[in-house]
Design a protein around this ligand. Structure first.
Ligand SMILES: Nc1ncnc2c1ncn2[C@@H]1O[C@H](COP(=O)(O)OP(=O)(O)OP(=O)(O)O)[C@@H](O)[C@H]1O
Length: 210
């Protein structure tokens, strides 16, 4: 298994504890995380990415228990092995597209994929020297996908990557994520409440909230 979880629970301050179904996913497989708004999907994704520590239960990625890593070791492990596409692109707006991706290489201390080829594959090659603040929302989203992929991670986590897109672009983004995940042999987990995504990825878990 590339990623396995067991009995994860998490409580936000003042909230009832959230329990999550176990995940067992191999390299090259894709899984959807479905659930109503507020059920805990983003919370789960943050736990899988090592951004939140579960209050109980465990997460193991490529045989490494996330609970065994702390601080800069956890950051380095995440940089090398996990690519995260956040709900809103967290990019450095004053920097160019290319510079944002170079930063990801720098922080992971990993060579990773060739930046300009990756941008070409995502259809934004001609934007590599543009500042992120001058991009459209859809372009910024593709840059955020490129940033998640640039270190060839073993696990790709995407939080609602299609929620603000029309049908045509939903298709395109799903295809990009799936094609790129296959190419680098990664496991892909997509959080969504977008019914359109279910037609493309059959495997899913459902988060039910507290
Ligand atoms: N930092 C926080 N402090 C307190 N409560 C929080 C915090 N973050 C999330 N919550 C609560 O935890 C629950 C789960 O939130 P989460 O964002 O994981 O849900 P979600 O399924 O991703 O929702 P959506 O589909 O609307 O993005 C919600 O009730 C939310 O209000």
């Amino acid at each position: 298994m590339l990623i396995s979880t067991e009995n994860i629970q998490y409580s936000h301050p003042g909230q009832a504890p959230l329990s999550f179904p176990d995940i067992h996913l191999k390299a090259n497989e894709a899984l959807l995380v479905l659930g109503k708004s507020g059920s805990g999907k983003t919370t789960l994704l943050n736990i899988l990415g090592g951004l939140l520590k579960p209050h109980s239960g465990s997460v193991s990625i490529d045989g490494v228990a996330l609970s065994s890593l702390e601080g800069s070791n956890l950051d380095l492990f995440r940089g090398k092995n996990i690519g995260i596409v956040f709900q809103k692109p967290h990019l450095l707006a004053p920097l160019t597209v290319e510079e944002n991706l170079q930063m990801a290489h720098y922080f992971s201390k990993k060579k990773g994929q060739e930046i300009n080829r990756l941008l070409d594959e995502l259809g934004i090659g001609e934007k590599s020297k543009s500042r992120v603040q001058n991009l459209s929302e859809g372009e910024a989203q593709r840059v955020s996908i490129a940033r998640a992929l640039v270190n060839s991670p073993k696990l790709i986590l995407a939080d609602e990557p299609t929620s603000s897109l029309d049908d045509e672009n939903t298709f395109k983004v799903l295809n990009l994520l799936q094609t790129q995940a296959k190419k680098i042999g990664a496991a892909l987990i997509i959080v969504t409440h977008d019914q359109r995504v279910k037609d493309h990825i059959p495997q899913f878990i459902e988060v039910k909230g507290a």
